[in-house]
Design a protein around this ligand. Structure first.
Ligand code: ADP
Length: 360
């Protein structure tokens, strides 16, 4: 069955039972072997692909390109929806074979993507429904609180306290609903991200200024250090500013009185790198892997209250949507540094950090 491939009959027999599609194409991009699942993805009778070109077998240019890329470079992967438009959604990984041609592994993720879509739509609808009444309640609470303050002793102190609590908590609810809407908009790519040249050094400085008063109130000092002469990044300035706000806001929130938060923008290899370092409570190793998930909060953060657990999920979506990476290094009780990278608008030529740094 495995024409031209040195695989034992037992293995070949087993591969037929996999739900993943497996295909071997030779160096001329002719299908030499394909299991039953691969045939099922394109509704072909088993065995009928053998001898056809990859493009003839799958009628998909992207798949053909993927195989060519793997043949030239060793490996490639992509997610694609096969024709017709409601065909299966496949994650395809291609690897050059040690001796001849390319192996393809195709996983059907249609059901997973469908469930993700339903979940996103549900959250989106719910947030929309909640937003209007919550905004009204929040405005009423604000007015009530102002009136209670103005009335002075005419309103008992305990009642004023409770009204103030209602105002704060509704504020949290409004923020949570707004962040949920933001996240679902970013996830679904609903509002197309603007793509401009973004001066990250200037953006870091401007964002820091916006948060300086908040930081001072917590007794935390903010310092910005930027490399001179950095090229711009390509992206949506508002969204990238939002990432910076989330990171700096967290750094301040989890810092002690007298803490220091350092925001750096520099070049790293052929990318631009932004980091936000604090000497705050730090994050346990077990939590570090999960804090970028939506709603995830480390236990110690829960004790501190506030926050929705969505800020880092939004940050991750924005950064990866810009072709960058985001990660954290942290030691409990010592502090955390959040990093994200973005491709530069013009090639940096792999140069190491160059030029001086200006400190503000
Ligand atoms: P939020 O801050 O609203 O809870 P985030 O998604 O921004 O939500 O952060 C998720 C969790 O990651 C926080 O609840 C906290 O446990 C942890 N975290 C984020 N930034 C820091 C930081 N600078 N220091 C310590 N913990 C942090």
């Amino acid at each position: 069955m495995l024409t031209g491939v040195d695989t034992g009959p037992e293995q070949g027999f087993l591969l037929e039972f996999l739900s993943a599609g497996i295909v071997h194409a030779d160096d001329d991009l002719v299908v030499r072997w394909a299991n039953a699942a691969a045939h099922a993805f394109v509704s072909r009778p088993p065995g009928s692909m053998v001898g056809l070109s990859v493009i003839g077998a799958f009628v998909d240019r992207r798949l053909d390109d993927l195989v060519r890329t793997a043949r030239a470079g060793g490996s490639a992967s992509a997610e694609l929806v096969l024709d017709p438009p409601d065909g299966p959604t496949l994650v395809v990984r291609a690897r050059r074979a040690p001796r001849d041609g390319v192996w393809l592994i195709m996983e059907d993720v249609s059901e997973l993507r469908r469930l993700q879509r339903i979940r996103s739509e549900f959250i989106d609808n719910l947030s929309h429904e909640l937003r209007t009444p919550l905004t009204t309640v929040s405005l009423l609470a604000e007015t009530l609180s102002r009136e209670a303050d103005a009335a002075g002793e005419a309103v008992p102190a305990r009642m004023r306290e409770r009204i103030a609590r209602i105002e704060v908590e509704t504020g949290h609810l409004v923020q949570m609903v707004n962040e949920l809407l933001d996240l679902s908009r970013i996830e679904s790519g609903g509002s197309p991200a603007r793509v401009d040249d973004v001066d990250l050094a200037r953006l870091a400085q401007a964002t820091t200024e916006r948060l300086r008063l908040f930081a001072e109130r917590q007794g935390v000092r903010l310092v910005v250090e930027v490399d001179d002469g950095l090229p711009p990044a390509r992206g949506d300035e508002d969204r990238l500013g939002q990432v910076l706000v989330n990171l700096i806001y967290n750094a301040v929130k989890f810092s002690p009185d007298g803490g220091l938060v350092t925001i750096r923008v520099r070049r790293s290899g052929d990318e631009l790198e932004v980091s936000v370092a604090d000497n705050g409570i730090g994050i346990r190793a077990a939590d570090q892997a999960r804090i970028f998930e939506r709603f995830y909060k480390a236990d110690r953060a829960r004790v501190r209250g506030g926050g929705t657990g969505l800020g880092l999920a939004i940050a991750r979506h924005v950064v990866t949507g810009h072709g960058g990476r985001i990660w954290v290094t942290s030691t409990e009780g010592v502090g955390s540094t959040f990093f994200f990278t973005l491709p530069a608008a013009v090639p940096l030529g792999g140069a190491a950090t160059a030029g001086g740094a200006s400190v503000q």
